[in-house]
Structure formats: structure tokens, C-alpha cells
Design a protein around this ligand. Structure first.
Ligand code: DC
Length: 223
């Protein structure tokens, strides 16, 4: 019998476009390791803020990065980044991190430090016997895994996204973050050619996930 294929699912999109909920559901449905790369940028941002490294000083950021040791802890179906052996807590969703994360994420040295780390998550998934991984972010289908088996790009009307964040009790400058994330020079947020673009404004999570799951389940030997 042919071995079960190992699949990589990339989900990209702006803030509150529905990426996390979809990725979490798909990870459960198909036993995939869930990797939320936004949480990685957030954890590094929190660490830089803790060390007093300013986002407008790329050389200082680069110097700090050489001193930061990254690891991965798998909790349930989720991969968590360890910085110096510690997994960051709720502080990564704070107002302060929301306000700074896009500035740090625009620094090429910081993105570069995360590039091989993120690609290495496929090996983590294999080591933990997952059937693949579902990775969400801004540049997964374009830069990190351009050859992923599935590449989805989610988008939604800005008012609807602001409503979603508010209903989660979060204060988030979605429009400003999207502007910065889409206009930066290195790996900007954009739907890569060949990816499946899905408008989630008027669709429920169940409908969006169903669309993705149907495509994934059609992979020979995988359902
Ligand atoms: O998914 P999120 O909103 O938690 O992401 C936080 C920030 O991290 C986002 O504003 C931009 C950055 N990010 C990125 O530049 N590339 C990724 N692959 C994921 C997130």
C-alpha cells in the first residue's frame, strides 16, 4: 500500500480574515500540526519590547536576534515558539504588541531569522507523527512554502473584520496593520499567483472550512 502523503496547507490573509479559526478546524479534521506564524512575529516583538530594542533600529534588532535562541514546543495540535526555553503568554495579544508587530515584521533580518525556522516546522510535524501541517500567516504561500499542496488566501471586508476583532474583545488597528503589511518591501501581504482566493465577508466559518476541506480530502490517499 502506498504511504499516506504528508501535506502542507498554507493559509494567508489580512488581520481577522478568518485564518486562525479555519486553520484550527482543519488541523483537527485532518490531524495536521497548526502553525500560527503571526504568533511567532508577536512573540519576537514582545521579546524586542522587553529588551528595549526599538523597531526603527534594524541593526539593534539584528544584534538582539543573534542572542535569541528559538525552539518549538508542541501543545496538542499547535506549535508554539520557545524563546530561551519559554513560551510567550497572553502578552503577545496586548495593545502594545498589536501596535508594534508590523514594524518589526517589516525588518528583513527578523523575517530572515524566521524563514528557516518556519520551514523547519514541517520536520517538527513529521517527528510528532502529524499527517502534515497547516500554516497561517501573510507570506506562507508566496515565500515560506510556495510549493505547498494547498494555498488559500482569505480576505474580508474591513468593517466586518473590525467587527470580528471587537467581538473577541480586542483592540486592534486592523486597517493600519494591513496597510503596513501590504506595503512593506520584504514579503508583502498579497495573494500569490495560483493560490485559491476566498472572500469570507458573507460566508460562515463552516462554509469556508468546508470549501478547503473538500479540496484537501480529494488528495489521493489522504481523506
Ligand atoms: O496573524 P496576526 O495578525 O497575529 O499577525 C501579526 C503580525 O505579524 C501581522 O500584522 C504581520 C506579521 N506577520 C507577517 O508579517 N508574516 C506572517 N507570516 C505572519 C504575520
Amino acid at each position: 500500500m502506498a504511504p499516506t502523503p504528508f501535506i502542507i496547507v498554507a493559509i494567508d490573509g489580512g488581520a481577522a480574515s478568518g485564518k486562525s479559526s479555519s486553520a484550527r478546524t482543519l488541523s483537527e479534521r485532518f490531524h495536521l500540526l497548526h502553525v500560527d506564524t503571526g504568533s511567532y512575529y508577536r512573540a519576537l516583538t514582545a521579546e524586542m519590547l522587553r529588551r528595549g530594542v526599538p523597531a526603527n533600529d534594524p541593526a539593534a534588532v539584528q544584534a538582539a536576534l543573534t542572542d535569541i535562541k528559538l525552539g518549538t514546543r508542541v501543545e496538542g495540535r499547535s506549535a508554539r515558539m520557545e524563546i530561551g526555553g519559554r513560551v510567550a503568554g497572553d502578552e503577545i495579544r496586548s495593545r502594545e504588541v498589536n501596535d508594534h508587530v508590523s514594524h518589526f515584521a517589516a525588518i528583513p533580518a527578523l523575517r530572515n531569522a524566521l524563514l528557516s525556522y518556519q520551514r523547519g516546522q514541517a520536520e517538527v510535524a513529521r517527528q510528532h507523527s502529524f499527517r502534515g501541517l497547516v500554516m497561517e500567516g501573510r507570506d506562507i504561500g508566496s515565500v515560506i512554502f510556495p510549493d505547498a499542496n494547498f494555498r488559500f488566501f482569505l480576505h474580508a471586508d474591513q468593517n466586518e473584520r473590525a467587527r470580528r476583532r471587537a467581538s473577541e474583545g480586542q483592540q486592534d488597528s486592523i486597517a493600519e496593520r494591513d496597510r503596513l503589511d501590504s506595503s512593506r518591501k520584504t514579503s508583502p501581504l498579497a495573494c500569490p499567483p495560483g493560490a485559491t482566493s476566498i472572500d469570507t465577508t458573507h460566508q460562515t466559518l463552516v462554509e469556508v472550512v468546508e470549501l478547503m476541506a473538500t479540496a484537501i480530502a480529494a488528495t489521493p490517499g489522504f481523506a
